[in-house]
Design a protein. Sequence first.
Length: 296
Amino acid sequence: MSIPNFHQLEIFRTVARLRSFSRASKELLITQPSVSLQVRDLEQYYGAPLFHRKGKSIKLTDIGNIVFQYTEQMFQTTEEMQKSVDALLSTVNGSLVLGSSSTPGEYLAPRILGTYQSFHPNVGVTLHIGNSSTVCEQILAGEIDIGLVGEEISIPSITCTEFYNDELLVFANPNHPYTQHVVTPTLLSSEPFIMREEGSATRKIAESRMKELGVSLQITMVLGSNEAVKQAVSAGLGLGILSRLALEVDIAARVVEPLEVPDLECRRNFYVLHHGNRYLNRPQQAFLDLVTKSTF
């Protein structure tokens, strides 16, 4: 006979506790012959009777008492183990490494992380800011767990899920003459533009939309961050194109002014990325669930 299993020991334990085969069968919802068979198999395994039987009365033998004591300890240990596992599963612990392109990283990630850490204060979070191309490279290399970018990614091993709708605005120094009237796309062709670097989703989408409108941007300066672009535009060095998210505070403060370009309408989505072939642990899954199921 093989080593006794949990099912057999649970039957034996119930019979010993209730001192009755019939009551044990009712509690366990199995037939009395099945109860008797499992106890008999245990007695064969240990090579000795586990119960004294006298009529309808039963009591544990000395060997039965030993088996019962160890069985109780085993079940108690199992219950404690389950409680420990449940406690760990109910609390998200560990670390989370994020990568983000500039716009979602600077203007959305703080909101998201504020909510995330209010629910999961025991998770340590690291956020790396780069451009969309860099974020994809980091995911593929396993350097970050989850990424946030401003363009849809078509790489087979990367899972890409939309989570936020954004709008790109053309903006200028408040004293620029174009802030005083409606601007056609053609007028933009003659203006110097200050843009983000190659690899930036903002630049890629802006150039693509302008190309659709037949506008060739005159890029006179390339800067590596949204803040640098805003500062240069505010200083009157040219026009810029950035996310409404990146411009909200500056527009409210009259540091820069959005231009009214009716034909432009340049919208894009933000996406959350993770490696589709890698297991998501609890901190990662909790962050992904928050981003995809919440409104920011």
